[in-house]
Design a protein around this ligand. Sequence first.
Ligand SMILES: Cc1cc2nc3c(=O)[nH]c(=O)nc-3n(C[C@H](O)[C@H](O)[C@H](O)COP(=O)(O)O)c2cc1C
Length: 160
Amino acid sequence: MTKVLVIYDSRTGNTEKMADAVADGARQVEGASVAVVNVDKAKLDDLLAADAIILGSPTYYGNMSGRMKEFIDKSNAFHGKLTGKVGGAFTSAGGTACGAETTLLTMLQAMLVHGMIVQGRSDDQPYGATAVEAPDEQAIGYCLELGGRVANLAMALAKH
Ligand SMILES: Cc1cc2nc3c(=O)[nH]c(=O)nc-3n(C[C@H](O)[C@H](O)[C@H](O)COP(=O)(O)O)c2cc1C
């Protein structure tokens, strides 16, 4: 099985809804086992066991939340051990051009510094899935696609 781990932060539930959709998208990939964990309950060891890690945070001042940043900073304990794992990111923001993309990039940057592999997207939403407040049907579609894309890449890499 290819293990996909979705870790999210959410204060008012919007990013949590996205996390569930990202997980559903990954579950549609045959051979993927998927876990969704609130960042408050996430354990560093879960990172080691995962083949793919997808992070989701609300957009806070154009950045990830403090809780997500704290978790990433703690992951320094495993620096060098996450190399080659597949990553992805999603965020809910208050508007369409209010910092969502920079928030995605802060999470992807941390993944790259860990040596992880991030696949972009040549169409809309190249850096990851975004929603304005609660995800609408289109945003849910982006989340499903993100989960599937990350799971498929992790599975393809596992075969090599
Ligand atoms: C402290 C704080 C900072 C925020 N900063 C931004 C921001 O920079 N840009 C934005 O579009 N929305 C911002 N928002 C709005 C949230 O990103 C938005 O309401 C989001 O849907 C909350 O997600 P959640 O329901 O998962 O907590 C901010 C909200 C809070 C509480």
